[in-house]
Design a binder for this molecule. Structure first.
Ligand code: 7TS
Length: 419
């Protein structure tokens, strides 16, 4: 099953790869093969140039000055909010709060919405495959409020078990915290159905879109969720910027997360009133430079077309699933059908610790992640301490999958000889 040229039906890989300076790098004397995109993606020169251009020509604080640079900076910041809001299908940019990352977005909801709405006896449902970011903030607010967390089980193929979910749902359920896509199994959750069932019992849905917004066309209204969190750094943008989309009525009711400059309407000696959305959640100087670059990243993805991004990912991940299934001693986790998962493929090589296999791959210039990927409850269910994970994005090719398989075969031979 030989790899094919740098071309899939969906994307012009040669052109895309030329946009990513880091792909020219060599690692351990070999051309870099970057397969750790679920951890963070590389940046195209359009995003890097936008940052340099902003700091070179425009830099000024936003919403604070009457001078020209501040007005220009504010206009760019708010224009970016509009583009990012539109990218996830928001009805209005006021529903899009800039945050540092997915983790901060979920903490914002858990603290602000959770403390105002949860009481003893209430239940928070999350699934077994949640990243710690969509579990630990809820555990903390549960401890503070007397609410209780219950985990929805997975089916054998790693998808969220909707029968178990239906059984757990009750009038006590106040919030359902669920990943749109798993960062280990790649499985995509059926959010429209999960949201409809949650709403029937009066619960809100906090969707963790860290692994879906970069890969899958996203429309918050079609998904039916109430909150959606995502990280810019996993979708070509700089680190330190991400988004929280929330339904306007909920965001309006919620108290601010952080207090300080920018989020107030009026301040008195002993109290203050809050600015309207989205400023209510924008305390202190925001990360405007990176927010502006996130808008450029979104433009880059929109130019490619999210359906094409998705089709390319299905092609490369599908090819990886096919090839890995044929490698002796390799077990792949999650479903075989690439259409019900994203470009994340986790696996183990029998008898070889994931960190050792990861080191052999690194010697071949291949970057993958080894570990529990911040999903310890899931790894307990999989009954392994760690896995190897290859995660593909717009610049990865079938040829790189072939190189991964060759390097895994090298690791197998090396460790079989030493056993
Ligand atoms: N949720 C999911 C599903 C994730 O995959 C991650 C990051 C997060 C939340 C947290 O995102 P952050 O930007 O706030 O850190 N996942 C990974 C990963 O799989 N490897 O490194 C980071």
């Amino acid at each position: 099953m030989p790899g094919t040229a740098l071309q899939t039906a969906a994307l012009d890989l040669e052109r895309i790869r030329a946009d990513f300076p880091i792909l020219q790098r060599h690692v351990n004397g070999r051309p870099l093969i970057y397969l750790d995109n679920a951890a963070t993606t590389q940046k195209p020169r359009q995003v890097i140039d936008a940052l340099v251009d902003f700091y070179t020509n425009t830099n000024a604080n936003v919403h604070r000055g009457v001078h020209t640079l501040s007005v220009e900076s504010t206009d760019l910041y708010e224009a970016s909010r509009e583009r990012v809001a539109d990218f996830v299908g928001a009805r209005s940019p006021e529903e899009l709060i800039f945050v540092r990352n997915t983790t901060e977005a979920i903490n914002l909801v858990a603290v602000s919405w959770g403390r105002a709405n949860l009481k003893p006896g209430d239940e928070i449902l999350a699934s077994t495959l949640e990243h710690h970011s969509n579990l630990v903030p809820w555990q903390r607010v549960a401890q503070d409020t007397g609410a209780r967390i219950r985990l929805i089980q997975l089916r054998a193929d790693g998808t969220v078990d909707l029968d178990d979910y239906r059984q757990l749902l009750s009038p006590r359920t106040r919030v359902v915290a669920i990943a749109h896509a798993s960062n280990v199994l790649g499985t995509i959750s059926n959010l429209p159905e999960i949201s409809e069932l949650a709403h029937q019992v009066g619960a809100v849905v906090m969707a963790d879109g860290a692994q879906s917004v970069p890969n899958v066309p996203t429309d918050v209204n079609a998904l039916g969720v109430d909150f959606l969190a995502f990280s810019g750094h996993k979708m070509l943008a700089p680190t330190g910027i991400g988004g929280l989309w929330g339904r306007r009525e909920l965001l309006e009711e919620m108290p601010p997360f952080l207090g300080g400059g920018g989020m107030i309407r009026e301040v008195f000696e002993d109290r203050a009133t809050w600015a309207p959305l989205p400023e209510k959640f924008d305390a202190g100087t925001p990360n405007f430079a990176d927010a502006i670059a996130l808008g450029v990243a979104v433009d880059y993805l929109e130019d490619l077309g999210m359906p094409n991004v998705r089709a390319h990912e299905v092609d490369v991940a599908g090819y990886a699933l096919e090839r890995l299934a044929a490698v002796p001693d390799v077990s792949v986790y999650g479903p075989r059908d690439p259409w019900i998962r994203t470009g994340v493929v986790s696996f183990n090589l029998e008898g070889v610790h994931p960190h050792d296999a990861g080191t052999v791959l690194d010697e071949a210039g291949i970057a993958v992640r080894a570990g529990h990927h911040c999903c310890q409850p899931l790894h307990r269910v999989l009954d392994v301490a760690a896995t190897l994970r290859a995660s593909f994005y717009i610049y990865n090719s079938r040829d790189e999958v072939d190189a991964l398989v060759d390097a895994l075969n090298t690791a197998r031979r090396l460790y079989q000889r030493s056993r």
